[in-house]
Design a protein around this ligand. Sequence first.
Ligand SMILES: [Zn+2]
Ligand SMILES: [Zn+2]
Length: 430
Amino acid sequence: MKQLSLLVPAVLLASAGLSPQDPLARIDQEITRIQPRIVEIRHQLHQNPELSNREVKTAALIAEYLKGLGLEVQTGVAKTGVVALLKGGRPGPVVAVRADIDALPVTEQTNLPFASKVRATYLGQDVGVMHACGHDIHTAVQLGVASVLSAMKSELPGTVKFIFQPAEEGPPPGEEGGASLMVKEGVLNNPRPQAIFGLHAFAEMAVGDLGYSEGPALSAADTWEVKIVGRQAHGARPELSIDPIVAAAEFIQALQTIRSRTFSGHEPGVVTIGAIHGGQRHNIIPADVTIIGTIRTFRPEMSQLAEARLRAILKGVTEAAGATGEVVRYERGAPATINNVQLTRETVPALERVVGKSHVTRIPPAMGSEDFSFFANEVPGFYYRLGQVKPGTMSGDHHTPTFLADDSAIPVGIKAMSFILVDYLSRHKP
Ligand SMILES: [Zn+2]
Ligand SMILES: [Zn+2]
């Protein structure tokens, strides 16, 4: 009886719109209201994917939606990026949240009624374009979060900076773009957030599950290209040649010792050759061979060590063959994404409240790479995975034509991200 009578004022307050209601209930209420529109937007984005640094229509849609919410919107950031500020009605810190918005040169092969049929020119080739990494989900989720938090604006203790980032998959060769350009253009200043959050759809997790890593989450990605120049000859006269194919074979074999003999057994690393080009015919020893690959590490000193070993192996192998070896390029892409340990520990309980403890899994660091790291190297960052697979269905891997992220991941993403932002602001308010 006592409990019942205590309930009455709360109900009255709620109906007057004055209740300091559980933020999760508020978030749920808002999600119910906006979900149909947000799912529609996701379909629109999925059906009209745009390649990195070409996200023109995507950016326009985002900006229009955010303006409709009454946010301060800035466009043309790092070419096609959009940044918006939501100032809460109460004093508090600034926190940022980031969604990537670009698609990939992949031809979609799903049965989705809103599957992409878009084609574009990429590196001089006609290609299909697809949201094959779930960035359509990320964009839709973040627009949803902006809606939810706008509805809670008066109670919000602090400011949320919404970052919609282009070119996460990497700008076309010769162009700048993505998170590094956003940072360079000052996206983390005026106002500077004291933490940043990001999520990524995950093809290995069911809808309703969330995953995170504490500390190292995703590796750094270096790409390189090597050219071995020999001497061309008839295939029947190897004695007249300097065979770059045999030298390339030795180089490729020896390169694997970087991982197995140079790195400690405890040090994560991947050395992969992605392409090898040389020769035209069975009876011609070609003049040269080109090899391209990637090296993944978690610490800058390991990346430097790997590059030094690659150069030494190339020199040794080609000298022995009488050929010449040239490192045409060795480029460092995104650094490793390292989740701030304290921020991780204070955020995970909030994720557990959203989906239940048994649905939040700590996952080992992955050898994929993410340019979220450029933000997380500036301010403490936390990046987590959003399950995307509808039970009973399958998704192809990221970047493949059968990649399949289900709409039902959207409300989970909105709820998780909205709640951890509100939770962060509430815990860090003055
Ligand atoms: Zn991707
Ligand atoms: Zn991605």
